[in-house]
Design a protein around this ligand. Structure first.
Ligand code: AMP
Length: 287
């Protein structure tokens, strides 16, 4: 049976979401940039390109079975959808910010009756309720940063990553409502119908993310140094040791190691007398 998978059609989450699908072997063909939906080649997956904001509603209503979107958008939508896995990109936070000149530095400083401009009215309302402040929410569809300058609001609640946009607009971050990153979501109903297929998609994305952080390392090492070599490259289940034809003193070791350990591992292996050291990228790693 064909499952429907949605990814953001543009914006910050689009590029990496598509990259994860392609790297996991979901073949979108040639036309995916222009078409709003494509049938993956040789797989029972139809990939739809829709607005990131709409994905939670589409999942909740059963229009799609699985989708990649931001945690912020899922939370704001209020729909009961099921997060299957964090995707470790699109990191940001929804925060309250105030004009530098306002003197407001913490949530306690925010006076009751303040006007807060945001495109996240539900989360913002909930937050102020939770801290017992009575504010009025002004819903905007974007560019919240300009609202205090225009005198439309006293504060904003908006997404922050580096904080440079706030700074540029002379705003200071006052408090955080929520941390967010991209994640993959489904619904109970779709999981019930297509559980195995959905689990396969999630496992594929996971294997791509795991592989990106690792390298395959090969080296020829003196047999007598094997114990020390094993300490340098422990591998997933320990390194694979292979005999080299016609050479009793040297063995080949193969191991999967974390990319961040490659620099030290290669230098340590050289010191132990290793020769022919190679590191290779891995496409998928299923542990
Ligand atoms: P878009 O407006 O389509 O570019 O996507 C907005 C979504 O990207 C947000 O809802 C977040 O999930 C995510 N995102 C990640 N970093 C940021 C950021 N610095 N500013 C805004 N959105 C971000």
């Amino acid at each position: 049976m064909v499952i429907k998978l949605a990814v953001p059609n543009k914006g910050r989450l689009n590029e990496r979401a598509v990259e994860l699908l392609l790297k996991s072997g979901i073949d979108l063909g040639e036309e995916w940039g222009r078409k709003l939906y494509v049938m993956a080649k040789d797989q029972d997956i139809e990939v739809m390109f829709v607005r990131a904001q709409d994905i939670p509603a589409f999942i909740a209503t059963g229009a799609i079975d699985i989708g990649i979107t931001g945690e912020d958008l899922a939370a704001e939508s209020g729909y009961k959808i099921k997060k299957l896995m964090d995707l470790e990109f699109g990191y940001c936070r929804l925060s309250i910010a105030a004009p530098e000149a306002s003197g407001i530095r913490t949530a306690d400083d925010i006076p009751n009756g303040s006007k807060v401009a945001t495109s996240f009215p539900n989360l913002t309302k909930k937050y102020f309720k939770s801290i017992g402040k009575d504010v009025s929410i002004i819903e905007v569809s974007g560019a919240a940063e300009i609202m205090p300058y225009l005198g439309i609001s006293d504060l904003i609640a908006d997404l922050v990553a580096s904080g440079s946009t706030l700074k540029m607009n002379r705003l200071v971050e006052v408090s955080k409502i929520l941390d967010s990153q991209a994640a993959i979501y489904s619904s109970d109903a779709s999981m019930k119908k297509y559980g195995a297929q959905i689990t396969d998609v999630v496992a594929s994305l996971k294997s791509v993310m795991a592989a990106e952080e690792r390298k395959y390392l090969m080296a020829n090492v003196p047999k007598k140094k094997l114990k020390e070599v094993q300490k340098v490259i422990p591998g997933i289940n320990g390194p694979t040791i292979l005999n080299i034809a016609g050479n009793d003193d040297i063995v080949a070791v193969h191991a999967v190691i974390r990319s961040k350990d490659v620099y030290n591992a290669v230098n340590d292996l050289k010191r132990l007398g290793a020769k022919g050291i190679l590191t290779l990228s891995i496409d998928r790693l299923v542990e």
